[in-house]
Design a protein around this ligand. Structure first.
Ligand SMILES: CC(C)(COP(=O)(O)OP(=O)(O)OC[C@H]1O[C@@H](n2cnc3c(N)ncnc32)[C@H](O)[C@@H]1OP(=O)(O)O)[C@@H](O)C(=O)NCCC(=O)NCCS
Length: 163
């Protein structure tokens, strides 16, 4: 497996399921964060913290007893940040066919032993898919920072302590 990628594979258990018999959205979000954390830590060799989560679209439900597979890949790096594309797929355990249920970009910052942002190894995309995913991650980062700034500006204008 590439240094830039980690894979998780397990069964959805009854404790993961909501009252409708499908896996909780919050549980899927936890798995996404865990897989992306493992990927960022493997890439950087450092403790990492989540700085931002991109949009998550729940495309299909995940059912108890189904196989769940998460593939997390580094798709973009900055100086101290790593931007991880995570894809979730699931399907019946007896089948080899898995269908995508979710994907998202999660951004991490590596920290040194003093808890300060630390430099990470640079990632270089190869081929059309990796270049596309890097561009997607860059756009997601820019969007996230832009809307965050809008929120800060709004609270500063209104003298609200929320910012
Ligand atoms: C993450 C943290 C250390 C960043 O510290 P900071 O001094 O604000 O750092 P900066 O503003 O310089 O940003 C650090 C990196 O994050 C990136 N970043 C900042 N906001 C971002 C966003 N919305 N989306 C993506 N990346 C972002 C910056 O681009 C920078 O990356 P670069 O060094 O590759 O250019 C700090 O905000 C923090 O501790 N946050 C809480 C983390 C946490 O508790 N997470 C949940 C539990 S793990």
């Amino acid at each position: 497996m590439a240094q830039s990628q980690v894979e998780f594979r397990f069964l959805a258990e009854p404790t993961h399921v909501n009252f409708g018999g499908k896996v909780h959205g919050g549980m899927v979000m936890k798995w996404l964060d865990q897989a992306a954390y493992a990927c960022a830590t493997r890439w950087s060799g450092l403790y990492c913290v989540t700085v931002s989560v991109g949009t998550i679209r729940f495309r299909r439900p995940i059912f108890v007893g189904h196989v769940v597979e998460l593939v997390a890949r580094v798709v973009h790096t900055g100086t101290t940040s790593m931007h991880i594309f995570v894809q979730v797929r699931s399907g019946e355990a007896k089948s080899t066919e898995l269908a995508e249920t979710n994907h998202c970009i999660i951004s991490f910052v590596a920290l040194d032993e003093q808890g300060r942002p630390a430099a990470v190894p640079p990632y270089t995309p190869r081929g059309a898919e990796e270049q596309f995913l890097e561009q997607y991650a860059v756009q997601m980062k820019q969007f996230s920072q832009q809307v965050e700034q809008q929120m800060l500006d709004f609270y500063q204008q209104t003298d609200s302590p929320s910012a």
